[in-house]
Design a protein around this ligand. Structure first.
Ligand code: SER
Length: 881
């Protein structure tokens, strides 16, 4: 018997040996198609290769593609569990030719693989062709030798494959397997074709056209091949079973579920109980979706995931599980499929935690909801419908997705009044609308609320990718919605999904471009309005845009990477600050921009140089640890219990993202509630440099920091400045500081010397005899000196008086246009002359007022240095009395 893993391997190897490149499965969230909810076929990732818009270094490829068919055009959710072959998640094996081989070679390769490599007897096989495709019919006869009655022409869309409403498509040919007469059912195209006897195993699409919106169909540049074989189906045949859920892989998952729930998976007849199939299938969809970045939520893809999870959880409950069990099955799936899909292993922790949290949350209302359902359906006859209002109450109050209610009623032959449900939903919306319309929101807001209501919240893809296609849902110019946009116009755009981060939580919005063909809309800012609507502000540079257009949204990655580094560094710094300064440190605000980060926190006094150094050293140690940064989605109370740091006073929803990084023993170093974008590993931050510490308000400090390339540049600038200083002083940078200190010291000394020299110069003026005059019968020395600091005048006056013996000395010093005057009187004359009165007379002449000191020594100033001689004369006059 071949296990699923061997069959997958054999398929890939076979086509590799036929010159096909083995290409990894693309993610379940398609990046290149905004109209597609989930990847639903192998060709999705090659869509643009078929149309010629993209080229690859190979023209043949083989893949095993993860697919989900739930919630979109291809939706199998409600059938899962009740049939042998429906899945939400499955793997599609496929080989592709991009303008290389076409029909003939495709049929040859397929036939040989099925009959020779897999060894399926040819007489068990038949083929269908599109009714008009004579060529294919002839080829099947020639290559496979199938008799005419085993080449069945089908005129319906069953043999014309389309990925969605638009995209590459073409006629197809399917290989069927006959499970044998003991199983009821007829061949394809016959009235009882829906029976289980003839099962399609492989679809070969002859890709020839591209379907455009509006019914137009073009020829593809080169006819190509896209094939799809459900791995689970081929496994049933190779493993000799009939039901997909009987293959080895599901056997392992179902055994794990039996263990966890504690009941048998089979009924008395040995048949699998539907609930086990549901659990096994939904487990795969849940894990693979989460591994590709989808997390349960109330909108968009997240809501499809939530519906799948809650459906599985109800079935576990139906089997008797009263505690969370679903999450316990995750490791079994990782063991079975983790080798082929390593993303499962990487995300295992996230998947388990998120799943358990969802089970706990739903578990709280499940029992009460079910008993409400019980009551409401009591006495309803088979075929009756549950009132829509009750279904809505189950949805709104108890978290029962619509299809879960439907699923719960199905075994009892009851349905749900869908119209009533929709009406109740619409009424709730209308009330919400009234409340915002009545709340006096700005006119601008009304536009956004109207758009929000029509389109739902924007799905944010930017945690996992920076490039994705989005469908233009609204164009707003000058506060009004318009249908089209012409070049040169500034506008704000809303898409159904976007990789652009909308400014929030301190992190600035993304910039980048929206483009398609020659159309370019440059996005300069992204922000969020009206509860989850992402608004892209910018201007159309070239081309045209119309509502409904699909465009490629490309975030400026360099800028975003810088933002990521700064955001993760902010978390690390927050925790470092707390450890260095104490537990009172709480975040008060932050700015995370590409070029820098800023973090405000509660702390009463300036940080010391040592504290700043300790924070910087600690942060860089965390960076070098290079620990993985991971994100969980948790219920808010659960997140708070786990010790995650939240912003006080911030409003959080029921569910929050929790970002952790760094290690501290077996705990995480930093755990914060955060919706921002982060690096993958702390090492990506590169370097953290604190550049400033300051006060914001009383009790709140701010640090500013740089990371990565900006930090390097900053350090390089500092180094270059030091080099410039060193070279100007002709020393090495190492000696620069000592040299500067020496220079400062030398300068101080030189200043002192200079002062001394000037004083001496001043005194060395006219001789004692010349200088001294007799005024009022005593010696009077009056002198004007230039450019001597005010404080030096006293010393000069003392020296002059000592030299003169018994004398009155007046010195006026002039500097920068102003003047100071000092008067000193020798002790023997102190009875007759008061220095204070004399200095005032001098000061008055200089245009000043006042002056002070003692009787023997007084000093004053005045603005008018040009009157220095008059001041001396005024003092002499005052002596005369
Ligand atoms: N696209 C086709 C399908 O999904 C063949 O891969 O069936």
């Amino acid at each position: 018997m071949s296990g699923v893993n061997e069959i997958r391997g054999k398929f890939l190897d076979y086509f590799a040996s036929e010159g096909h490149e083995i290409v990894a499965s693309s993610p379940l969230v398609p990046r290149n198609d905004p109209t597609l909810l989930f990847t639903n076929a192998g060709m999705v990732q090659f869509k643009n290769v078929f149309t010629g818009a993209e080229s690859r270094p190979y023209d043949r490829a083989v893949t095993s593609q993860k697919c989900v068919r739930a919630g979109g055009k291809h939706n199998d959710l409600e059938n899962v569990g009740y049939t042998a072959r429906h899945h939400t998640f499955f793997e599609m094996l496929g080989n592709f030719s991009f303008g290389d081989y076409f029909k003939e070679r495709a049929i040859e390769l397929a036939w040989r693989l099925v009959t020779k490599e897999f060894g399926i007897p040819a007489d068990r096989l038949l083929a269908t062709v599109y009714a008009e495709d004579d060529e294919a019919a002839v080829l099947w006869k020639k290559i496979a030798g199938l008799p005419d009655h085993k080449i069945i022409r089908i005129a319906t869309s069953d043999n014309f494959w389309q990925m969605g409403d638009t995209g590459p498509c073409g006629p197809c040919s399917e290989i069927f397997y006959d499970h044998g007469e003991h199983i009821p059912g007829g061949p394809p195209g016959s009235p009882d074709e829906d029976g289980d006897r003839f099962i399609e195993i492989w679809n070969l699409v002859f890709m020839q056209f591209e379907q455009e919106a509006g019914g137009i169909r073009h020829d593809l540049p080169k006819p190509s091949i896209d094939t799809g074989m459900g791995l689970e189906r081929i496994a049933t045949i190779l493993q000799g079973v009939h039901d997909n859920y009987e293959i080895d892989l599901f056997g392992a998952l179902i055994a794990a579920a039996e263990d966890a729930i504690g009941t048998d998976a089979r009924d008395a007849d040995g048949r699998l109980i539907p609930s086990f199939k549901v659990i096994a299938d939904h487990l795969r969809a849940t894990c693979f979706l989460m591994a590709d970045g989808v997390l349960p939520s109330n909108e968009g893809r997240g809501y499809v995931l939530r519906r799948i999870m809650r459906r599985a959880m109800r079935h576990a409950n139906l089997l008797g599980a009263t505690k969370p069990v679903f999450y316990k099955l995750v490791p079994t799936l990782t063991r079975e499929m983790g080798q082929a899909y390593p993303e499962l292993r990487r995300a295992e922790g996230l998947i388990m935690e998120t799943t358990e949290a969802e089970e706990v949350r739903f578990g709280r209302t499940l029992a009460r909801g079910l008993s409400l359902l019980e009551e409401a359906t009591e006495g309803l006859d088979k075929g009756a419908a549950l009132p829509g209002e009750t279904a809505f109450k189950l949805y709104d109050t108890f978290g029962f997705p619509y299809d879960l209610t439907e699923d719960a009623l199905r075994p009892r032959g009851l349905t749900v009044d869908r119209a009533g449900f929709d009406a109740a939903m619409e009424q709730q919306r209308a009330e919400a609308r009234r409340s915002w319309a009545g709340s006096g929101e700005a006119a601008d807001d009304k536009v956004w609320f109207a758009i929000r209501e029509r389109t739902g919240a924007t799905e944010f893809l930017g945690y996992d990718t920076t490039v994705a296609d989005g469908q233009l849902a609204a164009i707003v110019v000058d506060g009004k919605e318009v249908e089209t946009l012409t070049p040169g116009t500034e506008a704000r755009l809303v898409f159904n999904q976007t990789p652009f981060y909308g400014e929030s939580g301190g992190q600035v919005g993304d910039q980048g471009v929206a483009s398609v063909g020659d159309t370019r809309f440059v996005i300069t800012d992204t922000h969020k309005v009206a509860d989850g609507l992402f608004v892209h502000r910018g201007a159309l540079e070239a081309g045209e845009l119309a509502v409904g257009d699909a465009v490629t949204l490309t975030v400026d990655v360099k800028r975003r990477d810088a933002i990521r580094g700064n955001h993760s560094a902010t978390h690390i710094l927050h925790e470092c600050l707390r450890r260095v300064l104490g537990d009172h440190v709480a975040q008060k605000g932050s700015l995370v921009a590409p070029e820098r980060l800023r973090f405000d926190f509660s702390h009463a006094k300036p940080m010391s140089t040592e504290e700043i150094a300790a924070v910087e050293i600690g942060a860089n140690a965390r960076v070098r640890e290079n620990d993985e940064v991971d994100t969980r989605v948790m219920a808010i109370d659960e997140a708070m219990e786990s010790g995650a740091r939240a912003l006080f006073g911030e409003k959080y929803g029921d569910e929050v993202r929790v970002v952790s990084m760094g290690r501290d023993g077996n705990r995480r170093f930093s755990v914060e509630l955060c919706g921002g974008t982060h690096v993958r590993r702390t090492g990506d931050i590169g370097l953290v440099v604190l550049t400033d510490e300051s006060a914001v308000s009383s009790g709140v400090r701010r640090i500013e920091a740089l990371t990565g390339e900006a930090a390097r540049q900053y350090m390089a600038n500092q180094r270059d400045r030091l080099r410039a200083v060193a070279s100007a002083m002709r020393v090495s940078p190492d000696d620069a500081a000592a040299r500067v200190e020496a220079l400062v010291e030398e300068r101080r000394r030189l200043e002192r010397d200079l002062e001394e020299a000037k004083k001496r110069l001043a005194l060395a003026g006219p001789s004692k005899a010349e200088a001294a005059k007799t005024v009022a019968g005593v010696n009077f020395v009056g002198r004007v000196v230039d450019d001597l600091p005010g404080k030096a005048l006293k010393g000069l006056a003392d020296e002059a008086r000592e030299a003169a013996g018994s004398a009155v000395v007046a010195i006026v010093g002039r500097a920068e246009g102003r003047a100071s005057v000092v008067v000193t009187v020798s002790p023997d004359l102190a009875e007759r002359f008061d220095a204070v009165a004399l200095v005032r007379a001098g000061s008055e002449a200089l245009g000043g007022k006042g002056g002070g000191g003692r009787r023997d020594m007084a000093q004053a100033g005045g603005p008018d240095g040009a009157k220095a001689d008059e001041a001396i004369a005024a003092i002499a006059a005052a002596m005369e009395g």
